[in-house]
Design a protein. Structure first.
Length: 237
């Protein structure tokens, strides 16, 4: 059980109609929190790490309009014929499971490692789909990823978990102001956040919260002549 400063109900209320990224190291309690959110909600779409199980056993209630949009975006053939899962690659199976989870007619979507096994082009498409569901369909999304860079790009709010405790829940701007605390706790953070921290520490450059790599590079270039610092960290972005 995740120790929470807020009740699960209030966590859902704060996260309503937002993309909520749950960040934390391995075994910190991210998946446990998703399960607790699931228990408090009557109607949800939930994709966990065992997506093959999801494909075989979940009784699905789909929004056909959303399903058509997502299947087109991810280039999945929408066929009435039964798909033989054993004939598909793990990446193809994951893409279908993800598409079905995102096509659910529920308002709340819980995603545990949605980007795992996907090809880079499909990760970009999935990020775009999640934005669409929040902005156009007023969905509420909570997502966990071992790579915090992906959810950070699209998140409205960040939830940080450490040792089975929620230690932060707020906007990206608020998250950025606490970055030094998270770094001291050795929590895995988005690469742009780490990069800004290192540049500020090395050259005392003032940079605000930036989640786009291109904007980050421009800001550093405009604020310092030490371009070699960017080259040093470019592999980190």
């Amino acid at each position: 059980m995740v120790e929470n400063k807020q009740s699960i109900v209030s966590l859902l209320e704060r996260g309503d109609n937002k993309i909520n990224a749950i960040i934390g190291n391995n075994s910190s309690g991210k998946t446990t929190l998703l399960k607790e959110l699931r228990q408090k909600s009557k109607k949800i779409s939930f994709l966990n790490e065992d997506f093959n199980h999801y494909l075989k056993t979940e009784k699905l209630y789909l929004d056909q309009e959303i399903k058509l949009y997502i299947f087109n975006e991810l280039n999945i053939l929408d066929s009435n014929e039964e798909i033989i899962l054993s004939s598909l690659s793990i990446s193809q199976r994951k893409k279908i499971a993800l598409a079905l989870a995102l096509s659910g007619d529920s308002k709340l979507i819980l995603l545990d490692e949605p980007f795992l096994f996907l090809e880079p082009k499909d990760i970009k498409k999935t990020l775009r789909i999640i934005r669409y569901l929040k902005n156009k369909k007023q969905k509420t999304i909570f997502l966990v990823s071992v790579n915090p860079n992906y959810p950070y790009l699209i998140a409205d709010d960040i939830i940080v978990i450490n040792n089975q405790k929620i230690i932060f829940n707020g906007t990206k701007e608020e998250f950025f102001t606490h970055k030094d605390d998270f770094i001291n706790k050795k929590i895995v953070l988005p690469s742009t956040t780490n990069f800004i921290h290192e540049v500020q520490k090395a050259k005392e450059i003032k940079l605000g919260n930036i989640d786009n790599n291109n904007d980050l590079i421009k800001a550093i270039y405009q604020n310092t002549k030490y371009w070699s610092e960017v080259v040093k960290w470019v592999g980190f972005l």
